[in-house]
Design a protein around this ligand. Structure first.
Ligand code: NAG
Ligand code: NAG
Ligand code: NAG
Ligand code: NAG
Ligand code: NAG
Length: 377
């Protein structure tokens, strides 16, 4: 395995130096060799950061299929997220949230800064999460600074990552979905497109800071999924048949995500030219999730857009006032958003997030390497 990776990397480095574009597909550099893993993002990879940071618990059935069956895993899901499956694949414990104050787990092998609702752009008073990408990067830089100082003071500290862990760590990113959702909300695709360069630039600033101040050299970047296929979007914007496509996804939303992804890919390509001593992998989550939704039956799922943990019945089983696991009133009746009988048959968990079964599907596709493009140092 190791040899295969290495020869592939040598090949890729050669091609990268010869300025071949676009990036090459097919390699897969995630491996147990990374000393630590640091993740940045939104709810798609939040392993409990928002619930720790803001001090709340996600009610069951969130976390119901999780292997440890804790009262609340802090994940917006019935079980594991993509990042959990990726950690399993390289034999690592699930990433501990950076703000988690009580745990049996150390930060030795990394931690997770991703928080639900986060955007690449700076948070404002109306933001769901105060932990925008810039804050997450700043949290990491502060974390690293403190850890290295502590180690210097007490060389016997063994539960903290060393300089070597930071240098040889894998830095993962899955963020941008909330920026796109905000940019397209009540706007045309052209209006949303006008904001995308600013979003991309802010992401670029964060990566630059991680490279220069953080010492990060191994970057693993997920693009953004087809947000127009989320029940939340369909319930707000897709009330008329003419506003959704043949798969039930809101017209325009996925186009905005695609434009973002195109520029994100361009940014990654530019980084590979600029930072020749770093590894970059760009993962096309959009294509994987589109395939999952459009070909859901073939992929073993009964429902692509209908929500598992919701209320109201078909066509969406979703009420944006009554979150998964909570109770509210609808038309004067008290109703609760409960889980469906078999979440493994649903792509969508709660109207916004994917089920564990869907996350497993996406992870297997990622691990196949078919959807990643890597340029290696
Ligand atoms: C990548 O570099 C090219 C050439 O310098 C530039 O035109 C383009 O805007 C850059 N793309 C991004 C997303 O930064
Ligand atoms: C890039 O990845 C290869 C293969 O894992 C590794 O040998 C190399 O050290 C990495 N480069 C840096 C700068 O970490
Ligand atoms: C759905 O499956 C068909 C047939 O395998 C394939 O051609 C198509 O690209 C798939 N759709 C997506 C979005 O991947
Ligand atoms: C509330 O009642 C109205 C009128 O009967 C109906 O059209 C609507 O679908 C109901 N809403 C929900 C959420 O059940
Ligand atoms: C779950 O299964 C039970 C028993 O088969 C059935 O009565 C119920 O309607 C099902 N619930 C849903 C949400 O499908």
């Amino acid at each position: 395995m190791e040899t295969v990776f290495h020869s592939l990397f040598i090949l890729l480095s050669f091609v990268a130096i010869s300025h071949t574009q676009p990036l090459l597909a097919g390699s897969f550099p995630i491996s147990p060799n990374f000393a630590a893993v640091f993740n940045f993002g939104d709810s798609n990879s939040d392993t409990g950061e928002l619930t720790s940071g803001l001090g709340f618990r996600l009610p069951p059935p969130n976390g119901q299929s999780f292997v440890f069956k804790p009262p609340s895993t802090g994940r917006f899901c019935d079980g594991r997220l993509i990042v959990d499956f990726l950690m399993e694949a390289i034999g690592r414990p699930y990433l501990r949230p950076y703000l988690d104050s009580v745990s049996t787990q150390s930060y030795l092998r990394g931690c997770n800064f991703a928080a639900g609702g986060s955007t690449i752009q700076k948070a404002n008073a109306a933001s769901f999460s105060p932990f925008g990408f810039g804050v997450q990067v700043a949290q990491f830089v502060t974390f690293k600074y403190k850890v290295l100082q502590l180690i210097q003071q007490d060389k016997t500290l063994e539960n903290l990552p060393s300089e070597d862990h930071f240098k040889n760590g894998l830095y993962m990113f899955d963020i941008g979905q909330n920026d796109i959702a905000g940019a397209i909300y009540g706007k045309t695709v052209d209006q949303a497109a006008a904001v995308i360069p600013t979003i991309i630039n802010t992401f670029k600033d964060g990566i630059n800071r991680l490279y220069w101040e953080g010492g990060a050299r191994n970057f693993w970047i997920h693009n953004t999924g087809p947000i127009g296929c989320l029940a939340q979007m369909v319930s707000i914007f897709g009330r008329e048949k003419s506003k959704v496509d043949e798969f039930g996804c809101v017209i325009g939303h996925n186009e905005a995500a695609k434009l973002f992804n195109l520029q994100l890919q361009g940014l990654v390509r530019n980084f590979t030219q600029q930072y020749r001593d770093a590894n970059f992998t760009y993962v096309d989550i959009f294509s994987i999730k589109s395939d999952l939704i459009q070909n859901h039956s073939k992929n073993g799922f009964d429902q692509s857009i209908v929500v598992c943990c919701g209320t109201g019945g078909p066509p969406l089983n979703y009420n944006d006032q009554i979150n998964c696991g909570s109770t509210g009133t609808s038309n004067g009746t008290t109703v609760t958003s409960n889980a469906c009988n078999d979440s493994s048959k649903y792509v969508n968990w709660d109207g916004i997030h994917y089920t564990e079964a869907a996350n497993r599907f996406v992870s297997q596709k990622i691990l196949s390497g078919t959807y990643s493009q890597t340029v290696s140092s």
